[in-house]
Design a protein around this ligand. Structure first.
Ligand SMILES: [Zn+2]
Ligand SMILES: [Zn+2]
Length: 356
């Protein structure tokens, strides 16, 4: 490749990035194919020169070897700096229906590939009681969104309708459109809105969706929440988002919020709880009735336990790995009497004599 990119853009070899950008904008404006007196070949050449000279790495390679190794020099604006940076596109914003802005410019520069149309993702929040988060649960949520039409399964055609080639795009599914920009105007490839990119239209349209294939509706979505889900975890349902005519649906993201439990805390696969026992139980041992997520349970406190000791009840924790369950950990605290009766005081004196 022996083209002189500096010459093409009409800049000095020492030109700053800003000057390169300015020169490119000016010339691109002048030679844009959609303008009167435009020149497509010249425009492509400008774009090629700009993609190299606006990229520090490519420009250094070009300066040293007269060519670029890191990327195809004609590869479009993808690798280079964005010449549109700082420009206000007005209505031509990121919400350009179903098409990535990057894709539009990729096409504009002859580089990128068109991606399939995809509907927007939807994010929702779901609060669960502690028990349901531990054991897993099912929830049905009603979601107002654009979904595929059930009557025509998204095709837009009435049952058994004859399919005709779309006259708007001649069956290509795409239409070259002229868009206004700071250049004046330039063309982009857009999905044909008549056939929604399918290239064919039904002779008889689906009555439920008027031939669009999607429609706004309330959809009931069944969510299966796996056991042991953590607070803040996100469940993704592929295809649960907004549908788009002639494309694929986005995804649904469900963020889980787990309510706190007054008695239990989750620690990995284990549950922890606190139990306050009497001093006499700590010394002599005894039985306590406690609450678990599976109902009441009597636990045996062995004699001679100390403050902060942990009793473990196996298998009463969080379910995991099909049939396994974590444990319930009971952290002991000992209630010390603040006031002793005369009799109690006498007995403790006796204990003292015993060296306790
Ligand atoms: Zn329909
Ligand atoms: Zn069409």
């Amino acid at each position: 490749m022996s083209k002189d990119y500096y010459n093409i853009l009409g800049v000095d070899r020492k030109a700053s990035k800003e000057d390169v950008k300015k020169a490119f904008r000016k010339l691109a404006h002048k030679f844009h194919p959609d303008k009167k007196g435009g020149d497509e070949a010249k425009f492509k050449e400008l774009n090629e020169a700009y993609s190299v000279l606006s990229d520090d790495k490519k420009r250094a390679e070009y300066d040293a070897y007269g060519r670029v190794f890191s990327d195809g020099a004609g590869g479009g604006a993808s690798g280079g700096a964005n010449p549109f940076e700082g420009f206000d596109f007005g209505g031509f914003g990121s919400n350009f229906e179903g098409v990535d802005l990057g894709d539009v410019f990729g096409e504009f520069f002859g580089g990128g590939k068109e991606r399939a149309r995809r509907g927007r993702d939807i994010s929702i929040d779901l609060e669960l009681p502690f028990n349901e988060a531990v054991f897993g649960t099912e929830r049905k949520v009603l979601l107002g969104k654009t979904g595929f039409c059930e009557t025509c399964s998204g095709s837009g055609a009435a049952p058994r309708s004859e399919m005709l080639t779309c006259t708007m795009c001649n069956g290509r599914g795409k239409i070259h459109e002229t868009k206004r920009s700071f250049f004046g105007s330039f063309s982009t490839v857009a999905t044909c809105t008549t056939c929604q990119g399918r290239g064919k239209v039904a002779k008889e349209k689906c009555h439920a969706c008027h031939g669009v294939g999607v429609r706004r509706k309330d959809e009931e979505i069944a969510l299966r929440i796996p056991p042991g889900i953590e607070d803040g975890e996100v469940i993704r349902l592929t295809g649960g988002g907004e549908a788009v005519a002639g494309g694929t649906a986005g995804d649904l993201y469900v963020k889980i919020h787990v309510k706190k439990h007054p008695l239990f805390t989750k620690e990995g696969n284990n549950l922890t709880t606190n139990l306050s026992i009497k001093l006499s139980t700590a010394l002599l041992g005894g039985e306590y009735k406690i609450q678990t997520l599976d109902g009441d349970l009597t636990v045996k406190v062995p004699a001679g336990v100390s403050l902060g000791e942990i009793l473990r009840v196996r298998g009463k924790g969080i379910p995991y790995d099909k049939n396994k369950r974590g444990d319930l950990l009971i952290k002991l605290s000992i209630e010390l009497p603040t006031k002793l009766s005369k009799e109690a005081q006498r007995l403790v004196e006796e204990l003292k004599k015993e060296g306790i």
